[in-house]
Design a protein around this ligand. Sequence first.
Ligand code: NDP
Length: 274
Amino acid sequence: MTAIPNVTLNNGLTMPQLGFGVFQVPDAETTTAVANALEAGYRSIDTAAIYGNERGVGKALNDSGLPRDDLFITTKLWNDDQGKAKALAAFDASLDKLGLDYVDLYLIHWPTPARDLYVETYKVLEELLESGRTRAIGVSNFRICDLQRLQENTGVTPAVNQIELHPALQQNELRSFHAEHGIATEAWSPLAQGAVLKDEPIVQIAESHSVSPAQMVVRWHLQSGNIVIPKSVTPERIRQNLDVFGFELSDADMSAIAGLDRALRTGPNPGTLN
Ligand code: NDP
């Protein structure tokens, strides 16, 4: 298997460009799913406090016997735990459930603009970074206006903004802002939870490379420079989504996929989720 490429984050930490997501996987099934992913070769795992499966992730990590240094673990602070008083306790609870001394990346899950707490919360993440209990900090679902507000009021540029991103929601303006400011773009629901896998150009391009539509879409993310974290509980798909280094999309393929952008969200709008 070809090695998964790394992305160097703005603080020098390296992160695998292709990882494994566990949203909507029940805790009891998560250990098997993550064990299958680690067995297949994934080393980056994306969870969140709200997924309720950090214990399942932690058990798989522990059972794997893999050196901690080989793993890249991301978790996220849930909306109800924003604010100075709650954020630290929420982080402690996540570490405890994961059974880890530190995480690699800690994210604010949503800006929840109406709560108006993310600047205060991000300052707690800065303290966690300083203490070494997370190796990088970032955000998720932040809009350009939210990122600008952080820039004006805090000291550490987020290493990552994890956003909904797939061929039907390409987020070009936000991606350009990230590129200008040294923020890595991480794509959630990279397969649009399956919604783009029957799109005609995707099916055709996949056939022309003798790969599945999902493999084609993962490859599109990698060639676009995104960090990508497809989820599957199906062992064959878990392996398949990693087997994307034996073909390359042409400029014509990339242009055809550019034409599929249609502002289709599978998840909530960050401006209104509170
Ligand atoms: P994905 O876009 O990764 O799609 C997952 C769906 O696609 C599942 O139904 C899965 O089925 C199916 N699938 C996976 N691989 C294949 C394949 N090779 N062929 C056909 N179907 C396939 O959706 P997610 O929403 O899970 O997003 C990925 C990750 O992003 C999450 O797990 C989570 O870690 C993160 N995320 C973050 C959010 C945030 O707010 N920060 C929000 C949502 C997600 P099956 O499992 O049955 O095989």
